[in-house]
Design a protein around this ligand. Structure first.
Ligand SMILES: [Zn+2]
Length: 82
C-alpha cells in the first residue's frame, strides 16, 4: 500500500517538474530587451502595441523606439531623417 502512495507522490512531483520545464522552453532565451520583455510599447508608426521582448528595436536620435515590424522601423527612420 505504501508503495502505491510513494509512486503517486513521485508522479505528481514529476508532473510539476515536466510542466515547469515545458513552460521555460516556451520562452526565448534572449534577455537583451532593456524594459521588461512583457511590457507593451506602442509602435509610433502604426500605433499597435507590441511586447518589448518581440519588438524591433531601433535607435533614432539617441532614443530607442519599438516597432511591430521591420517595415515600421524603416518607415519611422525615413520619416525622422527628413
Ligand atoms: Zn507597426
Amino acid at each position: 500500500m505504501y508503495k502505491i502512495i510513494t509512486i503517486l507522490i513521485l508522479l505528481v512531483v514529476l508532473f510539476y517538474m515536466v510542466r515547469r520545464a515545458l513552460r521555460e522552453w516556451g520562452q526565448p532565451k534572449s534577455e537583451k530587451a532593456i524594459p521588461g520583455k512583457d511590457v507593451m510599447i506602442q509602435d509610433p508608426v502604426c500605433k499597435v502595441y507590441v511586447a518589448a521582448g518581440t519588438a524591433i528595436v531601433q535607435e533614432v536620435g539617441g532614443k530607442n523606439y519599438y516597432f511591430c515590424s521591420e517595415d515600421c522601423a524603416r518607415h519611422f527612420a525615413r520619416e525622422s531623417s527628413r
